[in-house]
Design a protein around this ligand. Structure first.
Ligand SMILES: Cc1ncc(COP(=O)(O)O)c(C=O)c1O
Length: 441
């Protein structure tokens, strides 16, 4: 090429959730099964959408308009419907003009993070869902600034720590909250949210809340950003990928809060909408069916059923984990993930390939050969090679804390139980070796 096509400081973007797939496929080609616990797609994990939801969509497909473009910001009637859903709760009140549709939240995240000035930063939680950290890294050309979620406190963050980080880093202009959180399943307490709002107010920041799992909190106690934000500028990101669930619809939206309370923030929201305009619009069909599906009487029952099943699997996991002293699952009040972390530091030497049969050992050695990989990825490769359970290391979520994430998406309890058998067998081998190494030293 005549000129350099990419900026010289363009960082590598990794996406652990998908990158592990090629290793799993390699195991499958040898005729060994894989239990895919890496990806948060309920449909891929066998969830069947209720017939009544499919009927609504099928009916709307007969409407010729569903094949056309729609308004750049999204269908006015759907934005009106969504605004009224937010306005039912006490808190920030919005109009349809405060909502903009995107082709899934992945698109919304990439657009938003790409637009912000390069020397400005968004403070992200650690661990973080990689769409956020990847977009932040891509814009800034360096690792994102993060605030730690604390495994010892159900993964809730410490607001004093957030305040200190904000104070130490004048480049920070926004704080991200993923609520309920991916990967930990933590749900932010009202008090902590209020303290984060106070920090934003004190330092003139805006807030971003990724609330894509807002209706998947097991006991239903979810405080949304709109309820606590007061007059601080902010935005909530919502969508139907996880809820209906319809990830292939590529449909999500941003709600702007207190847009006009700050001129720079207002300009950011306006520019974001202009970007959408250059792209014409987002997917039309899903927007057409959202009001009918979400307001159907069967919808809340449907969600109740999903929440109950998720909560049951979380209880099963926590109860079965009691057999391994070194591994803990905290958090886990919402979304559909479980994060396991370790009570003592994990080292690659804790993971012994000699405990694997020949073929599995060969796979593990091939994957780990010569690569400088974090211990939790080592563990993930060991579990995948040895047991077929394909999970994601926490290091793939920009986490300082080692661990791994599985999903609660298996639809059949007996198969979920079987996955736990395999996982706990693998973890049991590693952690009994680990404690014997500790005792011997
Ligand atoms: C926290 C979070 N935000 C956003 C997304 C992306 O959602 P979408 O399918 O709308 O792009 C995901 C998907 O896993 C997610 O977990």
């Amino acid at each position: 090429m005549r000129n350099l096509l990419l900026p010289q400081d363009l960082p590598q973007i990794t996406y652990g959730i998908r990158q592990i797939v090629e290793k799993g496929r390699e195991r499958e080609t040898l005729g060994y099964p894989v239990i895919w616990e890496n990806i948060g797609d309920p449909v891929q994990k066998g969830m069947m959408l209720p017939e009544w939801i499919k009927d609504i969509i099928a009916r709307e497909v007969q409407n010729n308009g569903s094949f056309g473009y729609c308004d750049s910001k999204g269908l006015p009637a759907t934005r009106e419907f969504l605004a009224s859903k937010t306005n039912i709760r006490a808190g920030c009140q919005i109009t349809p003009d405060d909502i903009t549709f995107f082709n899934g939240l992945g698109d919304a995240i990439a657009r938003l993070y790409g637009l912000i000035a390069r020397d400005t930063s968004i403070l992200l939680p650690s661990p973080t869902y990689p769409a956020h950290s990847g977009a932040e890294r891509l814009r800034r050309g360096k690792d994102p600034l993060t605030y730690p979620l604390q495994p010892s406190n159900n993964w809730q963050p410490n607001p004093d720590e957030i305040r200190q980080i904000v104070d130490d880093n004048p480049s920070i202009s926004a704080i991200l909250i993923i609520n309920p959180d991916n990967p930990t399943g933590m749900v932010y307490s009202r008090e902590i949210l209020q303290e984060i709002v106070e920090i934003a107010s004190d330092y003139n920041l805006f807030l971003i809340a990724d609330e894509i799992y807002e209706n998947l909190v097991y006991d239903g106690t979810m405080v949304r950003l709109a309820e606590v934000i007061g007059d601080v500028p902010g935005m909530a990101m919502k969508g139907i990928s996880k809820e209906i669930p319809w990830p292939g619809s590529r449909c999500g939206w941003i709600e702007y809060y207190n847009k006009t309370n700050d001129t720079s923030f207002h300009e950011l929201c306006t520019r974001l909408d202009q970007c959408k305009m250059t792209e014409v619009c987002s997917t039309t069909l899903p927007q057409m069916v959202i009001p009918e599906i979400l307001s159907d009487k069967r919808y809340s029952k449907f969600l109740d059923g999903r929440r109950e099943l998720l909560a049951r699997k979380m209880r099963m996991l926590k109860s079965r984990l009691k057999t391994i002293d070194d591994v803990t699952c905290s958090g886990g009040q919402g979304a559909f993930y479980a994060t396991l972390h370790f009570n003592t530091e994990l080292y690659t030497r804790d993971i012994d390939p000699e405990t694997l049969p020949d073929t599995e050992k060969a796979l593990f050695l091939k994957w780990t050969n010569g690569e400088d990989i974090p211990p939790d990825l080592h563990l993930v490769y060991y579990l995948l090679a040895g047991t077929g359970v394909c999970c994601v290391p926490l290091s793939g979520f920009d986490s300082e804390v080692a661990g791994l994430r599985i999903t609660l998406l298996e639809q059949h309890i007996d198969r979920f139980d079987y996955m736990l058998d395999q996982l706990l067998d693998g973890l049991g081998l590693v952690f009994s070796r680990k404690s014997s190494l500790i005792q011997a030293s």
